[in-house]
Design a binder for this molecule. Sequence first.
Ligand code: SF4
Ligand code: SF4
Length: 146
Amino acid sequence: MTDHGISVSGITELVVYLFFVFLITILALTVGKRGMCHSICWMAPFMILGSRIKNRFGYPSLHLEANSEKCVKCGVCSKNCPMGLNVEEMVRTNTLQNDECILCGGCVDLCAKNVLRLTFKKAEKPNTKKAYILDTTEDPSKTVSI
Ligand code: SF4
Ligand code: SF4
């Protein structure tokens, strides 16, 4: 049925829809940008498992690399990362192999200093112990380590 511009096939579907809208909103407000992706995405465990297997056996793969000495700490990469990652911090601490990174290449394209690049080869020293996520719920410059 379509009523007042809203299409649902029944009350159950409407309740399920509203539940997920509520869940996404609450997670975004509490965890920050992409709260649902960081917290309950069912794809994440498979991506993390694949990443860990790749690192364990040293398979070549697409990943980010950075020349941190060229970074001027402008923060453009962090502000525009669709996953809300603190890319600037990742560059500074050499933690670019982040399980939360979806390798979209946005930070690579936006960095005016050409600090970042995507490359396909075996990573030298993977460091996935820390994931830096911008805490967008309060101070935008604040970083949360998980
Ligand atoms: S956009 Fe480039 S120069 Fe600016 S903080 Fe990010 S890596 Fe550094
Ligand atoms: S490649 Fe995309 S998801 Fe990964 S850090 Fe850069 S902007 Fe964020």
